[in-house]
Design a protein around this ligand. Structure first.
Ligand code: DC
Length: 218
């Protein structure tokens, strides 16, 4: 099935941390006039909420209990999707060190994933979307024919994070994200893999657009 129930198209962009997928997804959405949905920001916002409430991110039951009793609202936005939890949008805290350190634990809790995946699917019923994450092509939208996996060498990914002035243990996070039981980071079997190590964001977007056209995308 090429479209969502409401008739919209979904372009899935997955990949490890600092692979360039956010920049690619944002630029691609702009080029196509699609909305850009950042699913990593949703997991980060829930992690921030867990920490704010003094809940241990390693305590899966406590995390599940908290999200169960929190009001989570996701909406399309410009330049990207937005999330509010109990009325608070923690946008400026999403890259805090403690969020970087906790997000792999919080995102491995099945109930957190169930809730956020339902929100993502809801957004894709409103409009055509480019959505980036770890399991978008494999789990969230397995039926979309438009799946890309953006990768880059570990050296390039570390350099990118450092250039952003962030202390982010991306190798640790990648290991956790790839080895978790529920919806691990994998290359969906029908995804096109693109290495962004030595090319510009625009070149990656050009490659994706060419590939979409070859798949009959109008
Ligand atoms: O893309 P990002 O680095 O902002 O994502 C932060 C974390 O959120 C990542 O380490 C794992 C989790 N995540 C996930 O489990 N599933 C997604 N679809 C997106 C992100």
């Amino acid at each position: 099935m090429n479209r969502t129930a409401a008739g919209h198209r979904v372009i899935a962009i997955d990949g490890p941390a600092a692979s360039g997928k956010s920049s690619v997804a944002r630029a691609l959405a702009q080029r196509l006039g699609f909305a850009y949905v950042n699913s990593g920001a949703m997991y980060r916002a829930v992690t921030w909420h867990v920490l704010q409430r003094g809940v241990d991110p390693h305590d899966a039951n406590a995390v599940a209990q908290l999200v169960e009793h929190s009001s989570i609202t996701c909406r399309l936005g410009e330049p990207e999707s937005e999330i509010a939890i109990d009325g608070v949008n923690p946008a400026e805290h999403l890259r805090d060190d403690r969020v970087n350190d906790g997000v792999s634990f919080v995102s491995s809790v099945p109930r957190v994933r169930e809730i956020l995946v339902a929100k993502m699917r809801g957004l894709a019923e409103e409009i055509d979307v480019v959505i980036e994450g770890r399991d978008i092509g494999s789990v969230v939208f397995p039926d979309t024919p438009f799946k890309f996996y953006i990768d880059a060498s570990p050296e390039v990914r570390s350099q990118r994070r450092a250039a952003q002035g962030q202390r982010d243990q991306i190798a640790v996070r990648d290991r956790a994200d790839s080895s978790r039981v529920v919806s691990p980071l994998v290359v969906a079997k029908d995804a096109e893999v693109i290495d962004s190590s030595n090319v510009t964001i625009d070149q990656v977007v050009d490659q994706i657009v060419a590939s979409l056209r070859a798949k009959g995308f109008r």
